[in-house]
Structure formats: C-alpha cells, structure tokens
Design a protein around this ligand. Structure first.
Ligand SMILES: [Zn+2]
Length: 263
C-alpha cells in the first residue's frame, strides 16, 4: 500500500484509545491499523505552502510560505501570545478571522501531559487541542468570552504553574502523579476576584489514552530534511508524533512536505 502527497497535521478522533489518521495528499491513512508494521516514509524533495499551495524551499510556522507567514492572521504573534490580541485597536490582520476564532468562548484549562500545565483553547476545539498536546487528562476551569481574556488569565496563572509541556517526558509517558481537581483548588485561590464569575463548576477531568505497543525509553528526533528516507516500525502515536522504533517524527513540523508512505 502506498500513498503519495503533501503531509498535513495528524487528524484524530477522541476514542479510547485515540484514533489517528495521517493525511497524505487526498488520502488518509488509518494509523492505529499500522501499529507494529514497518513503514517506509520518503521525503520526495518538494514542499508546498499549506495555505496557498506555492512551491517553497523552506516552510515557516509548520507549513506556510514566507508571505503567508507574515500576512495571515493565524500566524500573527497574538496567536502564541493571546494576551497581545490587538483586535480592539482595529489592527487585526483579518477581522473576519478575529471574529470567528478569537471573539468567542475560550476555556482556561489544566492539562497533564508530563506535569500539570495551564493552557487556553477555543471551547469547540478543546478535545483536539488536548490530544494534539498528548494530554492524558484535562480539566477546563474557566470559560471566558474572548481569547484575549483567556490569554491574560493564562499569563497570570503561569506565575504559579507551568504553561509548557515537556514533550520528551510526554512521549516517554513520564507523567507526574498529580490530581487535576486538587491543583484546580490551589489555583482558584490565585485567580483575581473579578474573574470568579467565569469559573466553571467542578467536573470529572477528561482522560485520554494513546495507541502504542511500547513506550520509548530514549527520544531521538527524526527530521526529513536530514534523513529523507525513514524505514522503521511504528510503535505508537501521541500528540502530533509518530513514535517509531528508531525515533520520533513530529508530523505537524513536516506539514507541506511531499512524501510517499509505504507499508
Ligand atoms: Zn502561502
């Protein structure tokens, strides 16, 4: 079986375990079925912008050409630093994008991928976000009306709790035994009074598990620019990574790379 086309980020469904698909061009490979198989993944030397499709030598921000990187609202600095949202100043790169993606309900959440971290996400995108981070548990603690407010809260809470995932520990399944409901109780005390109306009632955390045959004890990063042909056995899938017996490949980073996938 062989698929040829441009890579896109892994797609998934929140089943138990998570069901993963690898989009290659117009096709989608069901990855759970490929566990234990030897895969040959070959970079064919071409890259194309995931937005406009132009052929490029180098991708920016996971799959964009340089003009799309500097012009599209989804590549603005305020996407990674939402507290810098400048919509209210009338300078949003794309008002329609801002209204659709930023002026809507967001969660401030706690998630456990390696240790507990605080994060934010659009409410309808929450499950996707948590799986993309390889979280094994997640608990929304607040629901706020915009990305900017969520970002300000995240910056505030990041004084007390991490806001980054240790991706090596996440892939090694080296996870601290922490209870999200207990962490929530501690963190709520740090939230300024004026934001308390946004607090959500306490619910059971969401939990996730990921398809795998074994967990790597050492993490070697694979990179299609350095190694164009990967021949290896697929041992697991977590977050946006394929975990092979010879190393791990971040698929999102390789968005826009033309490849062949052969089992
Ligand atoms: Zn482009």
């Amino acid at each position: 079986m062989e698929q040829i086309g441009y890579l896109e980020p892994l797609q998934h469904e929140p089943s138990t375990p998570v069901t993963y698909y690898l989009p290659v061009g117009n096709e989608r490979v069901l990855l759970n079925e490929a566990l234990g198989e030897t895969i040959q993944l070959t970079f064919l030397g071409e890259k194309a912008c995931r937005h406009c499709g132009r052929k490029i030598k180098k991708t920016y921000n996971n799959g964009y050409c340089y003009p799309c990187y500097t012009n599209l609202a989804e590549n603005d600095l305020c996407i990674v630093k939402p507290e810098l949202c400048h919509f209210h100043k009338g300078t949003c790169r794309d008002t329609a994008f801002g209204e659709k993606f930023c002026m809507q309900a967001h969660y401030v959440y706690l998630a456990l991928s390696s240790e507990v971290k605080v994060g934010i996400t659009r409410k309808p995108n929450a499950l996707k976000r948590w799986i993309d981070q390889g979280a094994v548990a997640a608990l929304p603690i607040m629901e706020v009306p915009s990305r900017k407010i969520a970002g300000e809260l995240e910056v505030h809470l990041a004084q007390y709790i991490k806001d980054k995932t240790n991706w090596r520990k996440m892939l090694k399944n080296d996870i601290r035994d922490e209870n999200l409901i207990e962490v929530r109780a501690q963190i709520v005390e740090k939230i300024p009074e004026e934001y308390h109306p946004y607090l959500l009632p306490i619910n059971e955390p969401y939990t996730f598990n990921y398809p795998h045959l074994s967990v790597p004890d050492k993490i070697t990063s694979l990179n299609l620019d350095k190694q164009a042909v990967i021949t290896a056995k697929l041992m697991g899938i977590k977050a946006q990574y394929l975990i092979f017996d010879q190393g791990v490949l971040n698929i999102r980073k390789h968005t826009g790379y033309k490849v062949s996938w052969h089992i």
